[in-house]
Ligand binder design. Structure first.
Ligand code: AMP
Ligand code: GLY
Length: 411
């Protein structure tokens, strides 16, 4: 089976690498892709938001599966367009992708399904927002209702800042602050059967010590040796399965990747957010640790046959990924800065480079976005993987590069 992967980021590069290593996969195609993806897949130019074009390319290539990486095309119905053309698509319908596309919708589903999450109010006016802030108190949590690439959430002790963010958005969700460590647990589902992957941890803030602005994610590691026993079973039972069942009950089943962003609070686990796609950069570490083929899981989810597919198998040891971002990220990003050193890290070694915002200009690799690349390493434990990932980071440079020094430190 040939596969087409839609997207340009690190997540898509990690998925493409895993598919290229899968004996059940023939050719891997990617659109639009990036220079890193080009080493494992044939690239095609297209607008990933244009469902008709994506479907036409899938038909023309004769692929047996289309994997849609990012949230924006999913929310725009690109998976629906691919399925309408008769090609299996990994990724939810536009309806079901609202789980990520609207925080208010996600709250409604969780409430109906009895899934534990922060108490919240949906506000559309300044006065409603002000009242909601006072109900929950500081620290204040204000979320843009729509898609915002991980940057629509403000968590602050400053009431005025919280109000300013609410004012800047049409519709916000204001909610209680959740304490405790965050965990990302992904599950592959066909709308009925749910196969959880390994819990991972992502580092969302731009600076060491979880300081500074929220980003898409500056690094990740797995497994979480400190996590309580039975965490995956508990999340499956109290979060993943009830959510999948509720969406099926509503007649809008969710298939694809259900991403549960969780907080392990002093009062028990709570959902911070759902996403409707693989997380980035957690996918980098999960794909580095996956020891069974990826395509049966994705195809099983896409075709409603996941019950016949064995759960994934994981390598022993651990993986760590460290994101190198361009100058100005996350407020802005720099492009065109020459990247050196990536060629010294072998494609198949324990340490590898996952490309995100990179481009080839006249044969030179340059930056082309906020999160530029991620150095990913597998080791016998988290400390070993971390040491190797940072050795890789030390070999790569570009003007203005920013990376956190504390990814997976002490884990
Ligand atoms: P979200 O886009 O909903 O994942 O939010 C981005 C980040 O903001 C999360 O990963 C958390 O670090 C933080 N955050 C979101 N909601 C809350 C909350 N209720 N309490 C504390 N932190 C939160
Ligand atoms: N790592 C956070 C995200 O993918 O949304």
């Amino acid at each position: 089976m040939d596969v087409l992967v839609i997207g340009t980021g690190g997540r898509e590069h990690a998925l493409v690498r895993a598919l290229a290593a899968d004996p059940g996969v023939g050719a891997v195609h990617a659109a639009p892709g990036n220079p890193g993806i080009a080493s494992s897949a044939t690239l095609h130019e297209l607008d990933p938001m244009d469902g008709a074009t994506v479907a036409a390319l899938a038909v023309e290539l004769g692929v047996g599966l289309v994997v849609i990486g990012p949230e924006a095309p999913l929310v725009a119905g690109v998976a629906d367009a691919v399925r309408a053309a008769g090609v299996p698509a990994f990724g939810p319908t536009a309806e079901a992708a609202r789980l990520e596309g609207s925080k208010a919708f996600a709250k409604d589903v969780m409430s109906a399904a009895g899934v534990p999450t922060a108490e919240a109010r949906v506000c559309t006016t300044y006065d409603e927002a002000a009242a909601a802030l006072d109900v929950f108190g500081a620290p204040y949590v204000v979320k843009d209702d729509g898609l915002a690439a991980g940057k629509g959430v403000v968590v602050t002790p400053d009431r005025q800042l919280a109000l300013n963010h609410a004012k800047a958005c049409d519709r916000v969700v204001i909610e209680e602050f959740l304490d405790g460590p965050e965990v990302s647990l992904f599950a592959v589902t066909d709308g009925t059967t749910v196969h959880p992957l390994l819990p991972a941890q992502d580092f969302k803030r731009i600076r060491d010590g979880d300081q500074g602005a929220n980003t898409g994610g500056m690094g990740a590691y797995a497994p979480l040796t400190w996590a309580p026993d039975g965490l995956v079973d508990e999340v499956l039972r109290t979060v993943l399965q009830p959510t999948v069942d509720e969406l099926a009950r509503r007649g809008t089943p969710f298939s694809g990747l259900l991403y549960a962003g969780l907080a392990l609070t002093s009062r028990g686990l709570r959902v911070v957010e759902f996403n409707a796609r693989f997380g980035d950069p957690e996918t980098q570490v999960l794909m580095a640790l996956l020891d069974s083929p990826l395509s049966p899981l994705l195809l099983g989810a896409a075709t409603g046959t996941l019950a016949d597919v064995s759960p994934p198998v994981w390598k022993p040891g651990a993986a760590v990924t460290v994101v190198m971002a361009s100058a100005g990220y996350p407020e802005s990003s720099s492009s065109g800065d020459q990247i050196v050193g990536t060629e010294t890290l072998g494609r198949d070694s324990a340490v590898h480079v996952i490309h995100a915002g990179t481009a080839l200009v006249e044969g030179r690799l340059v930056t082309a976005g906020g999160r530029v690349l991620a150095v990913t390493a597998v080791g016998h434990d988290v400390a070993d993987a971390r040491a190797q990932a940072y050795e890789g980071v030390a070999m790569i440079s570009f003007p203005g590069a920013q990376w956190r020094r504390d990814i997976a430190a002490g884990r």
